[in-house]
Design a protein around this ligand. Structure first.
Ligand code: 5GP
Length: 117
């Protein structure tokens, strides 16, 4: 069994978060360290550590991440101007919390996708 992270506690509402959405498959809450005016994390309720562990059984939950991202983007008023969805994986991807999650970032022009190096 993969080790739980703080996100499991947020999903179970054992620790507080600014939760925007929850259903049987996914939960969305504001990032504690926002990198943009809108910065929301959308996570499957099931603990999947990284995108390396996704399986066909997760298709519905992973699809739901996009449905909820689009819904929240509309609610936040950023859909027309646009936004960015990011899923980091492991060390090179910059993943810090090992419970797969989608970042929804918007509310300002986000610039280049990657810093130039
Ligand atoms: P990663 O780098 O793993 O893709 O992103 C993890 C994100 O989780 C970071 O943006 C970080 O600010 C956010 N985060 C970490 N701990 C907490 C927490 O306890 N509550 C909330 N709301 N966000 C968190």
């Amino acid at each position: 069994m993969p080790e739980e992270t703080i996100f499991s506690k947020i999903i179970r509402k054992e620790i507080p978060s600014e939760m925007l959405y929850q259903d049987d498959l996914v939960t969305a809450f504001r990032d504690i360290n926002a990198q943009a005016p809108t910065h929301v994390l959308i996570v499957p309720n099931k603990l999947i550590p990284t995108t390396n562990e996704v399986s066909a059984a997760d298709e519905q939950a992973l699809g739901r991440l996009f449905i909820v991202a689009a819904k929240i983007a509309k609610e936040e008023g950023i859909a027309a101007d646009g936004y960015r969805l990011i899923v980091n994986c492991n060390d090179h991807g910059g993943q810090e919390v090992f419970h797969l999650h989608m970042h929804l970032l918007g509310g300002r022009k986000l610039g280049r996708m990657l810093p130039q190096s």
